[in-house]
Design a protein around this ligand. Structure first.
Ligand code: PLP
Length: 387
């Protein structure tokens, strides 16, 4: 079965993990700091804390940014549920801004209009979580400008875009956002199995994240009420165990060395889809701005199933029987039963995200996808489109 995403693991990765397993530390050892240093260097961040997954990274970011009951946090309905859930973990309120139908990112005009309306009602937005959906960077210069004008915190849920470029910079994420989160889930651009990180140039946010990652405990002598005993530690706030193991960090450092070649391969596959899929009014291929290099975590293809006269689920079944397992990213968050029930969202609230969902499929894209598999997917899609 050819799936939409999969990890790419080589001998170097295996060696890194077995070496780590043979060392003295399975967790809280040297590999954690080494991975954090490697991430800091690659992404140009002053600080980095690796955590157990991307959801934990978002959870801790919200807590470190001080979100609380009554705060309004905006995000896109077109993301994985974790992007919105982290707002609720902090007790704050989440609201959505629809996507732009050519970039699939949060629509800047709708965002400005929402900010103006909220302001005119005396309401202040505490933060925006923008998602570099599919690996394609948002309009970060504009988002930063809005964040400064309306004085809100800017979070980049960068889980899809590790290795992307914005205005020729791989280090764009930390440059524009106050906090950046990663996920290293197996389908992501690099993997540690489960894993994630929080990157920030702010020392105070970093300190908070480090404390919360490990039960809210500190052993830092300068912050303890007394420090005579060598074993002494203090739990100063309510934290979690969101640590990641040393074996995973060893894998992460080994994967990070290959991120550039992974992104090149993902771009080669995307070019193949761009060039070899039949041009038709019934499909829309992703459009990437000249100033950006997309990391292509996903290749979202929009298919006008309605005008093709086929149900999306029949299309899926049909291709599944041919050995191709497409996916859909994402069911808009506001249409999830939990969100509908809790916040009264309904169909029609964010029409672009809903239209996108009705048309979108994620094509197979990952570095270990074989040429023969790629050609097969394109042949079968072209056959379907020309029938
Ligand atoms: C945009 C986005 N944010 C957050 C997450 C959560 O990451 P994790 O699965 O590592 O918890 C994901 C993972 O699918 C994601 O795609």
């Amino acid at each position: 079965m050819i799936s939409y995403g999969k990890q790419t693991i080589d001998k170097e990765d295996l060696l890194a993990v077995t070496n780590s397993l043979q060392g003295d530390w399975l967790t809280q050892g040297p590999q954690t700091e080494i991975f954090e240093d490697n991430l800091k260097r690659y992404f140009g961040a002053k600080n980095c804390s690796v955590v157990s997954n991307g959801t934990a990274a978002l959870h801790l970011s919200g807590l470190a940014l001080g979100w609380k009951s009554g705060d309004i946090i905006l995000t896109s309905p077109l993301s994985f549920v974790a992007t919105a859930n982290c707002v609720l973990y902090a007790g704050a309120s989440v609201d959505f801004v629809d996507i732009n139908m050519s970039t699939y990112q949060i629509d800047i005009e709708s965002l400005e209009s929402k900010l103006r309306t909220l302001k005119s009602h005396g309401k202040k937005v505490k933060a925006l979580i923008a998602v570099d959906y599919a690996g394609n960077p948002c309009e970060w210069i504009k988002l930063r400008e809005l964040a400064d004008n309306y004085e809100f915190q800017l979070v980049n849920d960068n889980c899809h875009a590790m290795g992307a470029q914005y205005h020729h910079e791989k280090k764009y994420a930390v440059k524009y956002a106050d906090i950046v989160t990663h996920s290293y889930h197996p389908v992501k651009n690099i993997t540690t199995g489960e894993g994630g990180s929080v990157l920030t140039n702010s020392d105070s946010l970093h300190q908070k994240i480090c404390d919360l990652r490990s039960h809210g405990i500190t052993k830092d002598g300068s912050r303890l009420s007394h420090s005579e005993e060598p074993w002494y530690y203090e739990m100063q706030e309510l934290g979690f165990n969101y640590r990641i193991t040393d074996m995973q960090c060893a894998l992460g450092s080994s994967q990070l060395k290959k991120l550039d070649s992974f992104i090149k391969k993902r771009n080669d596959i995307a070019s193949y889809y761009d060039n070899c899929l039949l041009d038709s009014d019934l499909i829309q291929k992703p459009q990437i701005a000249k100033k950006s290099v997309c990391a292509y975590h996903l290749y979202p293809l929009l298919i006008d199933f309605k005008n093709l006269g086929i149900q999306k689920h029949d299309f899926f079944k049909n291709f599944y029987n041919k050995g191709i397992n497409f996916q859909v990213h994402y069911i808009p968050i506001h249409l999830q039963p939990f969100y509908k029930k809790k916040f009264n969202y309904k169909s029609g609230d964010f029409p672009n995200s809903e239209e996108f969902y009705s048309k979108q499929i994620s094509l197979p894209i990952y570095p270990s996808l074989k040429d023969s598999e790629l050609q097969y997917v394109v042949e079968e899609l072209n056959k379907f489109l020309s029938e």
